[in-house]
Design a protein around this ligand. Structure first.
Ligand SMILES: CC(C)(COP(=O)(O)OP(=O)(O)OC[C@H]1O[C@@H](n2cnc3c(N)ncnc32)[C@H](O)[C@@H]1OP(=O)(O)O)[C@@H](O)C(=O)NCCC(=O)NCCS
Length: 153
């Protein structure tokens, strides 16, 4: 498991580029949030985090977890790094007994999540912090728990 601070510079640069360099990112202050990093040597090239959180489309579902902060360094995209982080997140949530994993997906990332078993649900909405259109996506638990030597979590 990596500390939130390890991936914060990448998450800030990719997801909140107008925020100050010392800003706290969504999820950073949530106890129980698990931060994942894809490392190339000491360099953080991919990031994501999961935390237990009700699914807004179906708040009564128990053991729901949220995926947040998915970011790959721009020069390293389309090399499978985001997929590795996402696979590690899915496995971690399954390992912790999670029964549903959801995210608020930016529209350009919807196809990426669909390739990893997520389904859109509900209406598109504008995420207030970024002003960008999003849609909720969800998937069930992993059927197998796996891992990757390239991802620290
Ligand atoms: C979404 C995001 C995290 C995906 O990260 P990534 O590291 O590029 O993800 P992957 O490489 O696993 O998959 C992305 C693409 O690479 C392709 N790919 C997967 N493995 C590959 C490999 N080994 N070699 C080449 N291409 C590969 C995938 O098919 C996919 O294709 P696409 O370009 O049509 O989407 C990244 O694009 C990003 O940081 N985007 C900006 C921030 C963002 O929108 N975050 C999500 C907020 S909800």
């Amino acid at each position: 498991m990596v500390d939130a601070a390890a991936t914060r510079p990448l998450r800030l640069a990719v997801l909140r580029p107008t925020w100050p360099a010392d800003a706290r990112m969504p999820g950073d202050d949530r106890p129980g949030a698990v931060h994942l990093a894809a490392l190339d040597g000491d360099e953080v090239v991919g990031a994501g985090l999961v935390l237990a959180a009700p699914y807004p489309e179906r708040p009564a579902v128990e053991a729901a977890w949220q995926l947040r902060g998915m970011a790959t360094a721009p020069s390293r995209r389309s090399q499978g790094i985001g997929g590795l982080v996402l696979d590690a997140a899915v496995a971690l949530v399954a390992d912790r007994g999670g029964r549903l994993l959801w995210c608020g997906a930016r529209l350009p990332a919807v196809a990426f999540y669909e390739r990893h078993g997520f389904t859109t649900e509900g209406d598109e909405y504008v995420q207030p912090e970024t002003g960008l259109p999003h849609v909720h996506m969800w998937r069930g638990p992993a059927t197998t728990v796996g891992g990757s030597g390239k991802v620290s979590g």
